[in-house]
Write a protein that binds this ligand. Sequence first.
Ligand SMILES: Cc1ncc(COP(=O)(O)O)c(C=O)c1O
Length: 451
Amino acid sequence: MTLRDYLVTGEGNRLTLHGVDLVDLCSKYGTPLFVFDEKSLVENFERFRGAFENVYSKIMVCYSIKTNNNLAICKILRERGAYAEVASELDLYVAKKAGFSGDHVIYDGPYKPRDALRKALEEEVLLINVESFSEMERFNQIAGKMGVKQAIGLRISPFRRRSFSAYTSLSGLIEAAYCNHGCRFGFPLEDAYSAFKRAVKLENLSVEGIITHPYRGAANTLLPIVREVHERLGIEVKYLDLGGGFYSGATRFVGSKELIWDLLRQKVGFKSKLNEGQSIVEIESVAKSVIDKVRQNLGGLPEPTIVVEPGRFIVASAGALLVRVDHVKSAGGFKWVMVDGGTNLVPHSFGYMEFHDVMSANKASGSQEELVNVVGPLLYSEDIVTLKARLPNVSEGDILLVFGCGAYTLSKSTQFLHPRPPAVLLDSKGEVRVIREKETFEDVLDKDKDV
Ligand SMILES: Cc1ncc(COP(=O)(O)O)c(C=O)c1O
């Protein structure tokens, strides 16, 4: 169940969540307003963990802190038994504040300066996933100076440079020509064996894990390496980390190819499909197929602990954003609904537009629906919440509920043009708690110096 499933239309055709009138909530806290549902958050986490635990006994679910680093959210997940995946010193700080002990933390990420590595060692984190030869040497030196031996994993990049003919979009071709950016993470496949060979020789590190991200195809990438390093170097990989990337179904990612297809469909008389939810693969079958692949490829080796690092799956659908319609206008043959929160609060993922379902909170079951583009308050044209949303006769002052706003929002929102809004958490009894205060103009200037 997600936040959406707990919405009920109440008095005056207004949306309620666990009995709380969402329009009243906006009157009290103002808009924009992030709303989190504790029940959905916990259910998402427990469903995810259960899906894996039902098919494999040694599972570690590490919540990816960067996805939503709000202290209350992180604490709730810690209390439910989550481990934490951190990707910076800030993430580690948040994890500690939220009560995660070092032995419940895995440290990932392509950028780990010396101070971060020192801090990770001080906190005695369970595992640090190393991404390059230079990081490995640096880390060995630091651990030596501190007189400790640290468990590490090696991140492997399955990414190979694709030929130009593999690309079907202009942006893809440009990417192929300039950077193929995915390949910058971890050790390239062809270096994996030599990375393990070097790592076992480093006296202050003990090689215990292997990781790739995202999880799709991870077992096929990692297990041949696990077998090879076992056979040739005698290394037993204790932690098989499959990363994150588990689709939550809360938002829809739309690339330029899909936009073009959608346009063509409309030209020949079909309806736009942009606002039809993306098909959601059940996490239970994802877990089963991932574990089946691991087992098929283990080749008689002892079963490792499997680490998974979900972010979006846990929080995306547990959070929504309430926004107020500032005005509605027609321009260029489209109807535009301008609201007071957009991509400053719910940024798009890199390379994609991320479309969110939208519903009216004060005309919850309205008729006279119209197709509108809902856009935010920024000054650039990509500040889009969603396109071709079907909403009942939108007018100034309406409150809209934007779904799927729990992931990469609180942690990624900006102060560009507007201070950041508050966030509240509702529990299943309808108790409302503020989990982030509203920022003021003074807060925005707080660290500036007037010279
Ligand atoms: C190494 C690693 N683990 C986990 C995650 C979380 O991914 P998601 O939120 O898509 O599950 C990310 C996201 O970028 C990542 O880079």
